[in-house]
Every structure is written in C-alpha cells, then in structure tokens.
Write a protein that binds this ligand. Structure first.
Ligand SMILES: *Cc1c(COP(=O)(O)O)cnc(C)c1O
Length: 482
C-alpha cells in the first residue's frame, strides 16, 4: 500500500484517496508520499515513446494503488481529463530560432488556457470519481491569482458531487480570467470577487486557512480543496517535465535545463520530484517577478514575508511558496525539522535555513527575479525575432534563462510557458509598442465569445470578507441541501 504522510509529521499515514479528498493533512501540513519511487534508465527509455496520456498513466500508477483505482478507471479518468485540450498531445513544444537549442513548452492548451488546466482537469475529475463512488458530496473552496479558479470552475461545472466557491482578488486579475468564472451558467459554481486585497491572492489563501480551521463549519459544509496544496495536482504536474524532456533530447540520459515561471512552486515541485526520481535535468531556473520570495529562498537561503507588488505577470504574484515546503520533505525527510522551520516562519515572518540545508535544497537550481520592463522587452523581442508571442509568464522564464545563459551552457533548454497570451491582452499591447489592436496570436475565440455572455457572481469587500463568505456559503448550503 502506498502511504501518504504530512510533511510536518502530524497525524497518521493515509491512503491516496484520503490524501486527495482531505487536501491538507490534519496538522495543516502537506501530504507527501512516504517514499518516492525511482525511475531508472530502462523505464525512461520505455516512457520516451509514449503519448502524454500514456505517460501520465505510467507515472501516476507509481503513486496510486490499483486497489484504489483500477487500471481501467485510471485510464478512463486521464482520457476524460484531457479530451478537450486543443492540441494533439496535451502539451506542445516550440523551438525558438533566436536562441540556441531553446524550446518553449506550451502548457496552456487546456480549456481555460493556462497550465492550471493540466492539474485541475485530472484532480477535479478524480475528486468527483471518489465522491460519486462513496455517494458523497463536497464543497470546494478555492482562492486564485487568476488561473486556478477558472480551471477548477471549468472542470467542476455541472458535476453533481461538487459545489464550488472561487475567491479572486478583484482588479488584480484580467477581465478575461474573471469572465472564465463569471460566465459559467452552472448553479454549482460561485465566483466571488474580493475588493481591496492588500496582499492579493495570499489574503484569500489566509481566509481559506481560517475557514478550514473552523472544524464545525468545515464538517457541516464538507469543505475540501483543490488548491495547489493538493497532492493530486503536484503529482500530475511532474508528467510534463518527462514529456518535454523526451521531445527535446537526442538520447535518453542527455542532461537538459528547464526554466519555470514560479509563484507557489507547485509546478516546479512537480519538476523537482521528477528529477529526484531520475529525470536528467542539470539545472532548474526558478523564474519569479518582483515578488521574489522564491528568488530569496534559492539565492540567499531565506524565506521571509514581503509586501505584494502587483506585476504584469500576475499569476506569479505570490508571497508564500507553499509547495517549496513540500519539496523540502524530499530533500530532508525530517518532518520534525520542517515543522520547526515552518513554526519559526509563522512566528517571526522569516526563517534562515542553515548552510547545510541551503546547500542541499538549492543544489541544481538557479533563480532570478525579472522586472516588468524585462518581461515587456522579452515579449517584444521574441515576437520580432521569432514571430512568436509569449505570455508574460513565459517571458519571465526566458528572461531568467537568458540571465543565466553562461552558467547553463550549451545544454538544451526548455522554457515553460504557462498561459496563453490572450489571457493578458493589455500586457501584449503594451509590449508590442502600445498598439490598440492585437496580433492574431494574442486572441483566442473562447475569450472573445465570453465577452458577449452574461456574468454572475458575488462581490465582497476585503474588510468584511470572512462574514460575507460564511453567510453566502451557509445560505447556499441550506438552499440546496434542505
Ligand atoms: C499558477 C501559475 C504559475 C505559477 O505556478 P506555481 O505552481 O504557483 O509556481 C505560473 N504561470 C501561470 C500562468 C500560472 O497560472
């Protein structure tokens, strides 16, 4: 039996189904598999010929007992999750002409046009599968910096086992992202725009923490989470690192580099697991924007609170990289120590990792914090040189990789593009010299048609948020479950 434990050591080991349905572990920690399986060279060679969904099946099978999900059901869950993706094989790679051996890995071909679709497509279907089998029902409560919410809402829409609340910081996400939530006509989806969030999406995460800690409320409304703390997403977010690797190498075993626009470290936690398990990646570039928590962690060994600066790459405007702490468990499987470090952070707002630990977790990573000017410049440059339109987050990844070009050397380089540029039309216009029209690559039909659809949702102010969210959720609960 594959067991899952809390990275901070509380509670007892649980099975895969419990880890997925609970989201957080009982002590508020993050679920991790007790041991990471190894992927040897023979396995890599076998996997190198698989399609994305076949690869996902093989990889996930290492973490899910067949007694919990049969091979047939797992195959069906994966097929169903990715059937509406717009490209042939879920993920696509585009080689840049302007840079040596550099590939953009496009993770945005899902229905809501960001990499969040990759994790949520599978996770939401999986949660529904478990609940349906148990004859149960849950309320999902989610906070978003712009892309998690649309993806979760899209896949939850119309599912009989799920009622879904999505909180987003009003005016800190684009209208395109907002409409992906507010135009869904399904009565099990509730979009909540929150005005005046001083710390953006992190504020909403805090509220979710508070509501989760309220045992009575949590029990009554059967709260659950598909935020990036859920193991199901991190696990699925390891698959594209394998897939991309196989597409760019000349032989299995060749070492490559990969640059990833990162905020909560969920995507790169998947990449980090892939490497620990055996994927030959020499260096991961942790690319952040002015909100540089991750850059400080990987360059100085300090995790500390900071003020939020809204940037043009808004999906990575994140102050607390939850999944870094999950990754830490795989570096030092010492949950007592992780708990102590987390407690110090919570108490003082800052923790400095000792030299030994810093060396161990930062080995094989470079980091950088890209400015908005650099991001805009990169979108413009690559559009001119390659005729290829990057979204602001993909641009951050290329800026960070360029910055470390010398240390990265000549190895093949994958830059991860996490969103379709059409989700950020104002940034594209600004980058391409202020024109009022967008190039065709900067538009997407689904976002255009959403402009004509009616919108619905709640709007609350940050100062009364907790009371208003509780009220709305209770009211809806009584209405539907009477
Ligand atoms: C969520 C998101 C990221 C950051 O991913 P993390 O897992 O939080 O590091 C990057 N880009 C886009 C477009 C996103 O939506």
């Amino acid at each position: 039996m594959i067991k899952y434990v809390s990275n901070t050591g509380g509670g007892t080991a649980v099975d895969f189904e419990t880890a997925i349905l609970d989201g957080f572990a009982v002590d508020g920690g993050l679920y991790v598999p007790e041991r990471l399986p190894e992927v040897d060279k023979t396995t890599l060679e076998r996997w190198s010929k698989l399609t994305y969904t076949q690869l996902a099946f093989e990889f996930l099978s290492l973490f899910i007992d067949r007694s919990i999900i049969s091979a047939k059901d797992l195959e069906e869950l994966i097929r169903e999750a990715y059937k509406d993706f717009e490209c042939k094989d879920v993920v696509e790679l585009h080689q840049l002409k302007s840079r040596k051996s550099t590939f953009v890995m496009e993770l945005f071909h899902g229905p809501t046009l960001s990499f969040k679709d990759i994790g949520q497509a599978f996770l939401v279907n999986l949660v529904h599968f478990f609940l349906d089998r148990r004859g149960e029902y849950k309320t999902l409560l989610i906070a978003t910096t712009g892309d998690t919410g649309p993806a979760a809402a899209h896949f939850a829409a119309g599912k009989s086992t799920l009622d879904t609340w999505v909180l987003y910081p009003k005016n800190l996400i684009t209208r395109e992202q907002e409409r992906q939530m507010t135009t869904l006509p399904h009565d099990n989806i509730h979009a909540v725009g929150v005005h005046d969030c001083p710390d953006g999406g992190d504020d909403l995460d805090d509220l979710i923490g508070v509501l989760y800690a309220d045992e009575a409320f949590k029990e009554r409304l059967r709260l659950s989470s598909v935020n990036s703390i859920n193991w199901g997403r991190v696990m699925m977010q390891a698959v594209h690192y394998f897939y991309g690797y196989f597409r760019v190498v000349d032989f299995v075993g060749e070492e490559i580099n990969t640059s990833v626009p990162s905020g909560g470290f969920g995507n790169l936690c998947g990449g980090s697991l892939a490497r620990i398990m055996g994927l030959p990646v020499q260096t991961y570039v942790v690319a952040s924007n002015r909100n540089d928590s991750l850059n400080r962690i990987f360059s100085q060994g300090v995790c500390s609170k900071a003020e939020l600066h809204p940037t043009l790459s808004s999906a990575i405007d994140i102050l607390f990289p939850y999944n870094f702490w999950r990754y830490l468990y795989f570096v030092i499987p010492d949950s007592a120590k992780i708990k102590e470090l987390r407690a110090e952070y919570d108490r003082t707002g800052s923790v400095k990792f000792d030299a030994d630990l810093f060396e161990r977790f930062s080995n094989g990573y470079l980091s950088m914090s890209a400015s908005d000017e650099q991001t805009l410049g990169m979108i413009d440059e690559v559009y001119k040189s390659d005729g290829y339109l990057l979204d602001p987050h993909g641009a951050v990844a290329v800026v960070a990789a360029d910055n470390h070009r010398e240390r990265l050397g000549d190895r093949k380089l994958i830059c991860v593009a996490t969103a379709h540029p059409a989700k950020f039309p104002e940034v594209t216009k600004k980058a391409l010299n202020g024109g009022s029209s967008l190039p065709a690559a900067g538009l997407h039909a689904s976002l255009e048609s959403a402009k004509n659809e009616p919108e619905s949702g709640h709007e609350f102010s940050f100062s009364h948020l907790e009371a208003e969210v509780r009220d709305a959720m209770e009211h809806n609960w009584t209405l539907k479950r009477r």
